[in-house]
Ligand binder design. Structure first.
Ligand code: OGA
Ligand code: NI
Length: 359
Protein backbone atom coordinates (compact mmCIF):
# COMPACT_ATOMS: atom_id res chain seq x y z
CA UNK A 1 0.00 0.00 0.00
CA UNK A 2 1.20 3.49 -0.83
CA UNK A 3 2.11 5.65 2.12
CA UNK A 4 1.89 9.42 1.82
CA UNK A 5 4.99 11.23 3.06
CA UNK A 6 4.22 12.84 6.39
CA UNK A 7 6.18 16.03 5.89
CA UNK A 8 4.93 18.90 3.78
CA UNK A 9 7.82 18.66 1.33
CA UNK A 10 7.20 19.33 -2.34
CA UNK A 11 6.36 16.27 -4.37
CA UNK A 12 8.97 16.61 -7.06
CA UNK A 13 9.28 13.28 -8.76
CA UNK A 14 11.40 11.57 -11.31
CA UNK A 15 9.20 8.73 -12.48
CA UNK A 16 7.70 7.68 -9.18
CA UNK A 17 10.69 8.75 -7.11
CA UNK A 18 11.39 12.11 -5.51
CA UNK A 19 14.30 14.06 -6.90
CA UNK A 20 16.68 14.67 -3.99
CA UNK A 21 18.30 17.75 -5.50
CA UNK A 22 14.92 19.47 -5.75
CA UNK A 23 14.11 18.28 -2.26
CA UNK A 24 17.36 19.75 -0.98
CA UNK A 25 16.64 23.10 -2.64
CA UNK A 26 13.42 23.34 -0.65
CA UNK A 27 15.50 22.79 2.54
CA UNK A 28 12.80 20.81 4.35
CA UNK A 29 13.07 20.93 8.13
CA UNK A 30 12.00 17.31 8.26
CA UNK A 31 13.49 14.62 6.11
CA UNK A 32 10.60 12.86 4.33
CA UNK A 33 9.85 9.45 5.81
CA UNK A 34 10.84 7.57 2.73
CA UNK A 35 14.46 8.61 3.22
CA UNK A 36 14.64 8.03 6.96
CA UNK A 37 16.30 4.69 7.57
CA UNK A 38 15.31 2.21 10.23
CA UNK A 39 17.55 2.42 13.29
CA UNK A 40 19.73 -0.55 12.35
CA UNK A 41 20.58 0.93 8.97
CA UNK A 42 21.39 4.47 10.05
CA UNK A 43 25.00 5.48 9.60
CA UNK A 44 26.80 5.67 12.90
CA UNK A 45 29.30 8.45 13.18
CA UNK A 46 31.71 6.35 15.22
CA UNK A 47 35.40 7.00 14.71
CA UNK A 48 37.31 4.38 12.77
CA UNK A 49 40.90 3.41 13.61
CA UNK A 50 43.19 5.02 11.04
CA UNK A 51 44.93 1.68 10.56
CA UNK A 52 41.80 0.67 8.65
CA UNK A 53 42.85 2.19 5.34
CA UNK A 54 42.12 0.34 2.15
CA UNK A 55 45.28 -0.82 0.31
CA UNK A 56 46.94 1.36 -2.33
CA UNK A 57 48.30 -0.45 -5.39
CA UNK A 58 50.88 1.13 -7.65
CA UNK A 59 50.12 0.13 -11.23
CA UNK A 60 53.56 1.21 -12.48
CA UNK A 61 55.11 -1.33 -10.08
CA UNK A 62 52.82 -4.05 -11.42
CA UNK A 63 53.82 -3.16 -14.98
CA UNK A 64 57.46 -3.56 -13.98
CA UNK A 65 56.64 -7.09 -12.80
CA UNK A 66 57.14 -6.31 -9.10
CA UNK A 67 56.36 -9.53 -7.21
CA UNK A 68 55.95 -7.54 -4.05
CA UNK A 69 53.23 -5.38 -5.60
CA UNK A 70 51.53 -8.48 -7.03
CA UNK A 71 51.45 -9.99 -3.52
CA UNK A 72 49.94 -6.74 -2.22
CA UNK A 73 47.30 -6.95 -4.91
CA UNK A 74 46.46 -10.55 -3.94
CA UNK A 75 46.09 -9.53 -0.31
CA UNK A 76 43.93 -6.53 -1.23
CA UNK A 77 41.56 -8.71 -3.26
CA UNK A 78 41.39 -11.45 -0.62
CA UNK A 79 41.05 -9.40 2.51
CA UNK A 80 39.50 -6.14 1.35
CA UNK A 81 37.88 -6.69 -2.04
CA UNK A 82 38.82 -3.03 -2.54
CA UNK A 83 41.92 -1.03 -3.32
CA UNK A 84 42.92 2.34 -4.69
CA UNK A 85 45.12 2.32 -7.77
CA UNK A 86 47.75 4.99 -8.36
CA UNK A 87 49.96 5.56 -11.41
CA UNK A 88 47.22 3.98 -13.52
CA UNK A 89 48.32 5.91 -16.59
CA UNK A 90 45.01 7.67 -17.29
CA UNK A 91 45.49 11.35 -18.01
CA UNK A 92 44.45 13.36 -14.96
CA UNK A 93 42.99 16.05 -17.21
CA UNK A 94 40.60 13.47 -18.61
CA UNK A 95 39.59 12.47 -15.08
CA UNK A 96 38.97 16.10 -14.19
CA UNK A 97 37.02 16.70 -17.39
CA UNK A 98 34.58 13.85 -16.86
CA UNK A 99 34.12 14.87 -13.24
CA UNK A 100 33.39 18.46 -14.21
CA UNK A 101 31.01 17.57 -17.05
CA UNK A 102 29.12 15.10 -14.85
CA UNK A 103 28.71 17.79 -12.21
CA UNK A 104 27.49 20.23 -14.87
CA UNK A 105 24.92 17.67 -15.95
CA UNK A 106 23.49 17.34 -12.43
CA UNK A 107 23.41 21.15 -12.09
CA UNK A 108 21.12 21.47 -15.13
CA UNK A 109 17.47 22.35 -14.48
CA UNK A 110 15.28 19.35 -13.68
CA UNK A 111 13.33 19.71 -16.96
CA UNK A 112 16.55 19.30 -18.91
CA UNK A 113 17.63 16.19 -17.00
CA UNK A 114 14.16 14.71 -17.31
CA UNK A 115 14.65 14.50 -21.06
CA UNK A 116 16.56 11.32 -20.24
CA UNK A 117 14.19 9.53 -17.87
CA UNK A 118 15.05 6.17 -16.39
CA UNK A 119 12.06 3.94 -17.15
CA UNK A 120 10.83 1.91 -14.16
CA UNK A 121 12.48 -1.51 -14.11
CA UNK A 122 15.47 -0.34 -16.18
CA UNK A 123 18.75 1.12 -15.05
CA UNK A 124 19.55 3.52 -17.86
CA UNK A 125 18.90 7.25 -17.83
CA UNK A 126 18.40 9.88 -15.14
CA UNK A 127 16.59 8.95 -11.97
CA UNK A 128 17.01 6.29 -9.36
CA UNK A 129 17.59 2.64 -10.11
CA UNK A 130 16.56 -0.26 -7.88
CA UNK A 131 13.26 1.17 -6.62
CA UNK A 132 10.52 -1.45 -6.68
CA UNK A 133 7.95 -0.59 -4.05
CA UNK A 134 6.22 2.37 -2.48
CA UNK A 135 7.45 1.54 1.01
CA UNK A 136 11.06 0.87 0.12
CA UNK A 137 13.44 3.40 1.69
CA UNK A 138 15.01 5.74 -0.84
CA UNK A 139 18.63 6.71 -1.28
CA UNK A 140 19.75 10.35 -0.98
CA UNK A 141 21.18 10.32 -4.48
CA UNK A 142 20.44 11.16 -8.09
CA UNK A 143 21.86 8.98 -10.83
CA UNK A 144 22.63 9.06 -14.49
CA UNK A 145 23.30 5.55 -15.75
CA UNK A 146 24.32 4.61 -19.28
CA UNK A 147 25.22 1.41 -21.11
CA UNK A 148 28.50 1.95 -22.98
CA UNK A 149 29.82 -1.30 -24.50
CA UNK A 150 29.16 -3.35 -26.54
CA UNK A 151 27.49 -0.82 -28.82
CA UNK A 152 24.04 -2.45 -28.65
CA UNK A 153 23.98 -1.46 -24.95
CA UNK A 154 23.89 2.21 -25.90
CA UNK A 155 20.57 3.96 -25.97
CA UNK A 156 21.50 7.16 -27.82
CA UNK A 157 18.25 8.84 -26.67
CA UNK A 158 19.58 8.72 -23.11
CA UNK A 159 23.02 10.22 -23.80
CA UNK A 160 22.79 13.88 -22.72
CA UNK A 161 23.45 16.48 -25.40
CA UNK A 162 24.10 18.98 -22.59
CA UNK A 163 26.59 19.92 -21.29
CA UNK A 164 28.51 20.30 -24.55
CA UNK A 165 31.22 17.66 -25.12
CA UNK A 166 29.69 15.27 -22.58
CA UNK A 167 29.22 12.47 -25.11
CA UNK A 168 32.67 12.54 -26.70
CA UNK A 169 34.38 12.93 -23.33
CA UNK A 170 32.49 9.96 -21.90
CA UNK A 171 33.45 7.97 -24.95
CA UNK A 172 37.17 8.69 -24.54
CA UNK A 173 36.96 8.19 -20.78
CA UNK A 174 35.26 4.83 -21.21
CA UNK A 175 37.91 3.59 -23.66
CA UNK A 176 40.60 4.48 -21.13
CA UNK A 177 38.76 2.78 -18.27
CA UNK A 178 38.15 -0.32 -20.41
CA UNK A 179 41.83 -0.59 -21.07
CA UNK A 180 42.54 -0.20 -17.35
CA UNK A 181 40.04 -2.95 -16.50
CA UNK A 182 41.66 -5.34 -18.97
CA UNK A 183 45.10 -4.59 -17.55
CA UNK A 184 43.87 -5.00 -13.99
CA UNK A 185 42.26 -8.32 -14.89
CA UNK A 186 45.63 -9.50 -16.23
CA UNK A 187 47.32 -8.66 -12.94
CA UNK A 188 44.47 -10.13 -10.93
CA UNK A 189 44.78 -13.40 -12.92
CA UNK A 190 48.52 -13.43 -12.33
CA UNK A 191 48.04 -12.79 -8.63
CA UNK A 192 45.89 -15.94 -8.55
CA UNK A 193 48.57 -17.98 -10.31
CA UNK A 194 46.52 -18.12 -13.53
CA UNK A 195 47.53 -17.20 -17.09
CA UNK A 196 47.23 -13.42 -17.51
CA UNK A 197 44.41 -13.46 -20.06
CA UNK A 198 42.08 -16.11 -18.61
CA UNK A 199 39.45 -13.57 -17.55
CA UNK A 200 39.77 -11.35 -20.62
CA UNK A 201 39.45 -14.39 -22.91
CA UNK A 202 36.56 -15.82 -20.92
CA UNK A 203 34.54 -12.57 -20.79
CA UNK A 204 34.09 -12.23 -24.58
CA UNK A 205 32.82 -8.80 -25.67
CA UNK A 206 32.71 -7.45 -22.12
CA UNK A 207 29.77 -5.33 -21.00
CA UNK A 208 30.64 -1.87 -19.71
CA UNK A 209 28.23 0.57 -18.09
CA UNK A 210 28.77 3.87 -16.32
CA UNK A 211 26.83 5.49 -13.51
CA UNK A 212 27.27 9.00 -12.22
CA UNK A 213 26.00 9.29 -8.65
CA UNK A 214 25.30 12.75 -7.28
CA UNK A 215 24.78 13.08 -3.53
CA UNK A 216 23.45 16.50 -2.48
CA UNK A 217 24.24 17.64 1.06
CA UNK A 218 21.69 16.47 3.62
CA UNK A 219 20.68 18.33 6.78
CA UNK A 220 20.44 14.98 8.62
CA UNK A 221 23.23 12.70 7.35
CA UNK A 222 22.68 10.60 10.47
CA UNK A 223 19.24 9.52 9.25
CA UNK A 224 19.72 8.78 5.57
CA UNK A 225 21.95 6.78 3.24
CA UNK A 226 23.36 8.09 -0.04
CA UNK A 227 23.38 4.58 -1.48
CA UNK A 228 22.05 1.39 0.14
CA UNK A 229 24.50 -1.36 1.11
CA UNK A 230 25.21 -3.67 -1.82
CA UNK A 231 27.88 -5.63 -3.60
CA UNK A 232 28.44 -4.91 -7.30
CA UNK A 233 27.09 -7.27 -9.95
CA UNK A 234 30.16 -6.64 -12.13
CA UNK A 235 33.49 -8.45 -12.43
CA UNK A 236 35.37 -5.24 -11.59
CA UNK A 237 34.21 -1.74 -10.70
CA UNK A 238 36.22 1.45 -11.16
CA UNK A 239 35.09 4.39 -9.07
CA UNK A 240 36.27 7.93 -9.48
CA UNK A 241 35.35 10.33 -6.69
CA UNK A 242 36.07 13.94 -5.93
CA UNK A 243 38.62 14.66 -3.27
CA UNK A 244 36.55 17.24 -1.42
CA UNK A 245 34.33 14.90 0.61
CA UNK A 246 34.19 11.38 1.98
CA UNK A 247 31.14 9.18 1.46
CA UNK A 248 32.01 5.68 0.30
CA UNK A 249 32.25 3.08 3.07
CA UNK A 250 33.06 -0.60 2.91
CA UNK A 251 31.95 -3.27 5.35
CA UNK A 252 34.92 -4.94 7.01
CA UNK A 253 35.11 -6.76 10.31
CA UNK A 254 31.66 -5.54 11.27
CA UNK A 255 32.65 -1.90 10.75
CA UNK A 256 31.87 0.57 8.01
CA UNK A 257 35.32 1.74 6.90
CA UNK A 258 35.45 5.05 4.97
CA UNK A 259 37.43 5.22 1.73
CA UNK A 260 39.45 8.43 1.92
CA UNK A 261 39.97 9.88 -1.54
CA UNK A 262 43.56 10.10 -2.80
CA UNK A 263 43.95 12.74 -5.55
CA UNK A 264 43.96 11.15 -9.02
CA UNK A 265 43.66 7.61 -7.66
CA UNK A 266 40.83 5.34 -8.76
CA UNK A 267 38.98 3.05 -6.38
CA UNK A 268 38.76 -0.52 -7.67
CA UNK A 269 36.56 -3.24 -6.29
CA UNK A 270 36.03 -6.90 -6.96
CA UNK A 271 32.48 -7.62 -8.11
CA UNK A 272 30.27 -10.70 -7.77
CA UNK A 273 31.64 -12.33 -10.96
CA UNK A 274 35.22 -12.57 -9.67
CA UNK A 275 33.99 -13.81 -6.30
CA UNK A 276 32.16 -16.65 -8.07
CA UNK A 277 35.02 -17.47 -10.47
CA UNK A 278 37.49 -17.71 -7.57
CA UNK A 279 34.99 -19.67 -5.45
CA UNK A 280 35.05 -16.91 -2.84
CA UNK A 281 38.84 -16.45 -2.60
CA UNK A 282 38.60 -12.88 -3.90
CA UNK A 283 35.68 -11.06 -2.33
CA UNK A 284 32.93 -8.85 -3.64
CA UNK A 285 32.63 -6.71 -0.53
CA UNK A 286 29.51 -4.95 0.64
CA UNK A 287 29.68 -1.16 0.50
CA UNK A 288 27.43 1.89 0.75
CA UNK A 289 27.57 5.68 0.52
CA UNK A 290 26.72 8.16 3.26
CA UNK A 291 25.97 11.85 2.84
CA UNK A 292 27.47 15.01 4.30
CA UNK A 293 25.80 17.91 6.00
CA UNK A 294 27.46 20.71 4.06
CA UNK A 295 29.17 19.14 1.08
CA UNK A 296 27.81 17.46 -1.97
CA UNK A 297 29.63 14.58 -3.59
CA UNK A 298 29.91 13.10 -7.06
CA UNK A 299 31.19 9.72 -8.15
CA UNK A 300 31.67 8.35 -11.66
CA UNK A 301 31.44 4.59 -11.53
CA UNK A 302 32.24 2.08 -14.29
CA UNK A 303 30.99 -1.49 -14.13
CA UNK A 304 32.92 -4.02 -16.19
CA UNK A 305 31.37 -7.45 -16.66
CA UNK A 306 31.37 -10.50 -18.93
CA UNK A 307 29.30 -10.62 -22.08
CA UNK A 308 25.70 -11.69 -21.39
CA UNK A 309 26.00 -15.02 -23.23
CA UNK A 310 28.81 -16.23 -21.00
CA UNK A 311 28.20 -19.21 -18.70
CA UNK A 312 30.31 -19.14 -15.60
CA UNK A 313 30.95 -20.77 -12.26
CA UNK A 314 33.89 -21.37 -9.92
CA UNK A 315 37.10 -22.35 -11.75
CA UNK A 316 38.38 -25.87 -10.90
CA UNK A 317 41.64 -24.34 -9.59
CA UNK A 318 39.72 -23.02 -6.58
CA UNK A 319 37.81 -26.15 -5.65
CA UNK A 320 39.13 -29.04 -3.59
CA UNK A 321 38.35 -31.13 -0.50
CA UNK A 322 38.88 -28.21 1.82
CA UNK A 323 37.24 -25.66 -0.42
CA UNK A 324 33.96 -27.15 -1.64
CA UNK A 325 32.23 -25.49 -4.56
CA UNK A 326 30.12 -22.62 -3.20
CA UNK A 327 28.42 -21.40 -6.38
CA UNK A 328 26.54 -23.04 -9.20
CA UNK A 329 27.14 -22.36 -12.86
CA UNK A 330 24.90 -19.76 -14.43
CA UNK A 331 24.46 -17.54 -17.43
CA UNK A 332 25.76 -14.02 -16.81
CA UNK A 333 22.86 -12.38 -18.68
CA UNK A 334 20.43 -14.10 -16.32
CA UNK A 335 22.49 -12.99 -13.37
CA UNK A 336 22.43 -9.40 -14.60
CA UNK A 337 18.65 -9.49 -15.02
CA UNK A 338 18.33 -10.85 -11.51
CA UNK A 339 20.62 -8.10 -10.20
CA UNK A 340 18.76 -5.18 -11.77
CA UNK A 341 15.30 -6.45 -10.92
CA UNK A 342 15.97 -6.67 -7.18
CA UNK A 343 16.55 -3.92 -4.68
CA UNK A 344 20.06 -3.37 -3.39
CA UNK A 345 20.42 -5.36 -0.23
CA UNK A 346 23.88 -6.16 1.04
CA UNK A 347 25.22 -9.35 -0.46
CA UNK A 348 21.78 -10.77 -1.30
CA UNK A 349 22.50 -10.59 -5.04
CA UNK A 350 24.88 -13.53 -4.77
CA UNK A 351 22.20 -15.78 -3.30
CA UNK A 352 21.24 -16.30 -6.93
CA UNK A 353 24.40 -18.35 -7.43
CA UNK A 354 24.97 -19.79 -3.98
CA UNK A 355 24.84 -23.51 -3.45
CA UNK A 356 22.92 -23.94 -0.22
CA UNK A 357 24.90 -26.15 2.11
CA UNK A 358 22.99 -28.90 3.95
CA UNK A 359 24.93 -28.39 7.13
C1 OGA B 1 28.04 2.12 -6.91
C2 OGA B 1 28.68 2.53 -5.65
C3 OGA B 1 29.49 4.33 -4.26
C4 OGA B 1 29.75 5.80 -4.33
O1 OGA B 1 27.70 3.01 -7.71
O2 OGA B 1 27.87 0.89 -7.10
O3 OGA B 1 28.98 1.70 -4.84
O4 OGA B 1 30.51 6.26 -3.49
N1 OGA B 1 28.89 3.85 -5.45
O5 OGA B 1 29.18 6.46 -5.18
NI1 NI C 1 28.78 -0.29 -5.68
Amino acid sequence: MARAPRSASPTVKVGHVHDVQELRKARPTNIPDRYVRDMAERPTLASIPTSMNIPVIDMSELKQQSQEELAKLALACEEWGFFQVINHGINTMLLERIQKLSMEFFMLPLEEKEKYPMAPGTIQGYGHAFVFSENQKLDWCNMLALGVEPRFMRDPKLWPTKPAHFIETLDIYSKNIRNLCQNLLRFISKSLGLKPDVFNDMFGAAVQAVRMNYYPPCSRPDLVLGLSPHSDGSALTVLQQDTGSVGLQIFKENTWVPVHPIPNALVINIGDTIEVLTNGKYKSVEHRAVTNKEKDRLSVVTFYAPSYEIELGPLPEFIDKNRPCKYRRYNHGEYSRHYITNKLEGKRSLDFAKIQSNF
